[in-house]
Design a protein around this ligand. Structure first.
Ligand SMILES: *Cc1c(COP(=O)(O)O)cnc(C)c1O
Length: 409
């Protein structure tokens, strides 16, 4: 084995000494991307290279304050030293060995997740969409039913199953008909509409506690509680998709806590591994797969679980859940005080999950913010979504507010 290592090292030395070569200009990256990659992502012509805390630097060392946060993934900030150290140490021991064997990080993380979420049993996977797939399969299995109710405006992922419960025609249209046939979409924030839509073959209701991709839509207080009561009364499972809202994003560990609602099944991913890909489906006691009914080659491998454990420990140790609550309130208050009411239609959100709805399209504002070293993104045509790392500082928030308000004017 040692001999083979030596060969690989010698081979790399003959080239650029590194596995990844240094590009001489961003244009070189753009060209290669165009030649070799499917054009699924529309992105500004910037190459990102490194990050620290709530900031990220591009090819030329230009530094941005990041309010996109890897799409609500980088909760503990870029390259948190505790997470980096944990990943390095685990990588030197064991990255992957498959689920044919037990590993310690996996059970350790399962316990931690159960403790934080109030759910009983965990299934590990590698992304958000996969956790939704697992949830839909599980709901069908335990109820023996195959119809689902989802909300207008929902986003649950892009695999064929999760896409079946995703609303937007921009995600669905060219792929229809989709996998699941019995999906009914009802108005979000209308619990009675769910009661009406339930039939004898309804397995579950699938909801985001705050709709993320559609523009940070926060339902009225009491909505989720009412939905919970209806589901219990009708014997239908409630699946909460906390992929975006989980791990402190909304100022609670999980968004369901704002309403004291317990789902039967919950999906998580995004911020879970601090950037290392990992997802999980959690369920209450008695709602579970049996041996062989589901699985994943990578799901919950030791490296991913170690990254997630480190990330959760950091959120806990640094009080990031409370920080999200406080800074989110500060952000929203200050931006409402300073924002031009002619352009800013509504500011909404919970914790550091904030939507700014404008009276006009926001594409141009995103570009202008970028020129001024701030990353934001547009979730629907006129809503700016801010989901920065929870470690963002007050000074950084002040800077974002002043630049955004200037641009909006
Ligand atoms: C991002 C997201 C997903 C999909 O997650 P992927 O990891 O991209 O598959 C599903 N549901 C919600 C609420 C999300 O925000």
């Amino acid at each position: 084995m040692e001999d083979l290592h030596v060969i690989a090292v010698r081979h790399l030395k003959g080239k650029d000494k590194e596995v990844i070569k240094m590009f001489s200009s961003p244009e070189e990256v753009f060209e290669k991307e165009k030649k070799y990659m499917m054009p699924v992502y529309k992105r500004p012509r910037i190459v990102m290279r490194e990050g620290k805390g709530a900031t990220v630097k591009d090819f030329f060392g230009k530094e941005y304050i990041d309010c996109v946060g890897g799409i609500a993934v980088n909760a503990v900030g870029y390259c948190h030293p505790v997470v980096v150290k944990a990943i390095k140490e685990q990588a030197e021991k064991l990255m992957h060995v498959s689920n044919l064997y037990y590993t310690e990080p996996q059970v350790e993380l399962a316990e931690k997740l159960s403790e934080k979420s109030g759910m009983d049993k965990v299934f590990f996977c590698n992304s958000g969409a996969e956790s939704v797939e697992a949830a839909l399969k599980l709901a069908s299995k335990v109820t023996g039913k195959h119809n689902y109710i989802a909300a207008e405006g929902s986003f649950h992922g892009r695999t064929l199953g999760s896409l079946s419960v995703t609303f937007g025609s921009r995600f669905r249209s060219v792929f229809e008909p989709l996998l699941l046939k019995g999906v009914k979409f009802v108005r979000y924030n209308d619990a009675e509409a769910i009661r009406t839509a339930i039939n004898d073959d309804t397995a579950a209701v699938v909801l985001e506690p705050i709709q993320g991709e559609t523009g940070v839509i926060v339902p009225s207080e009491g909505y989720l509680r009412e939905v919970r009561e209806i589901c219990t009364e009708k014997g239908v499972l409630l699946i909460l998709d906390e992929i975006q809202t989980g791990f402190g994003r909304t100022g609670r560990w999980f968004c369901k806590e704002h309403e004291g609602v317990e789902p039967d099944i919950m999906t998580v991913a995004k911020a879970m591994g601090a950037g290392f890909p990992i997802g999980a489906m959690l369920a209450k006691e008695g709602i579970e797969f049996e041996a062989g009914e589901h699985g994943s080659t990578f799901g919950g491998n030791p490296l991913a679980c170690t990254a997630a454990l480190a990330s959760i420990n950091v959120i806990e140790a640094e009080g990031l859940v409370e920080r999200s609550r406080e800074l989110g309130a500060y952000f929203m208050k200050n931006i409402s005080d300073e924002g031009d009411p002619g352009v800013v239609k509504e500011i909404r959100g919970k914790g550091l999950m904030i939507g700014i709805e404008l009276t006009k399209r926001c594409g141009e504002i995103v570009e202008k913010a970028l020129e001024r070293n701030i990353l934001i993104n547009c979730t629907s045509e006129s809503v700016i979504r801010l989901v920065p790392p929870l470690v963002i500082s007050k000074e950084e928030i002040d800077r974002v507010i002043s630049v955004l308000c200037e641009i909006i004017k």
